[in-house]
Design a protein around this ligand. Structure first.
Ligand SMILES: [Zn+2]
Length: 196
């Protein structure tokens, strides 16, 4: 895996999302945010997430989609159940994944974070293929950017968001991420929020 000068990953399929903009000048990327998403909810393998992130979702296609009308969101990365990796926003740009959020007193986490969506839900275990790709992606990002912390969406938007949810195995993730010779960019990364 390799990231180019604007933060495009060579092993990901790139599908450009218009839902992004410039990060504030001089902002370092300090945070990774882990999410889960599936559209329709709890249905995997369809094009709903791609349609949402590219503003092409058909509000008539599913009752739930009516609640998504006009929503302008994105994430940098989306890891499907089979490990297929899609990138929607170059890492150097600000994706719109966190919403109203706060990490250790810093608001607007989109400014300084990279968002990774796992295809899944709060009630379904994630697949081995997803963990493998997530771990390799995390290692790649941490070597490139001064990441200091990896948090769940629920950690930066408590009470409002629940993902990646109780089925995400923070222990497994942290153990496997730390197995490599990592984190050259920042020296130290903490993973999870009062979970480990
Ligand atoms: Zn989320």
């Amino acid at each position: 895996m390799h990231l180019d000068v604007i933060g495009l990953l060579d092993t990901a399929q790139f599908i450009a999302s218009p839902n992004c903009d410039e990060r504030p000048p001089g902002t370092d990327i300090n945070l990774l945010v882990i999410h889960n998403i599936s559209l329709p909810p709890d249905e995997f393998g369809g094009d709903g997430v791609i349609e949402l992130f590219t503003n092409r979702i058909d509000s008539q296609a599913h009752p739930y989609y009516q609640s998504l009308q006009g929503l302008k969101v994105s994430a940098h990365f989306f890891i499907r159940r089979d490990g297929n990796l899609i990138q929607f926003v170059p890492c150097h740009k600000r994706a719109w994944h966190a919403g109203v959020s706060n990490w250790q007193g810093r608001e607007r986490c989109n400014d300084f974070s990279i968002g990774i969506e796992l295809e899944g839900s709060d009630t379904t275990s994630f697949t081995d293929a997803q963990y493998e790709v997530l771990i390799a992606l995390t290692q790649c990002l941490c070597q490139k950017y001064p990441i200091q912390h990896i948090a769940g969406h629920s950690d930066i938007a408590p009470g409002r968001k629940t993902d990646p949810g109780p089925c995400f195995d923070w222990q497994r993730y942290a153990t496997d991420v730390n197995r490599g010779d990592l984190f050259h960019a920042s020296g130290h990364v903490s993973i999870g929020h009062e979970k480990l």
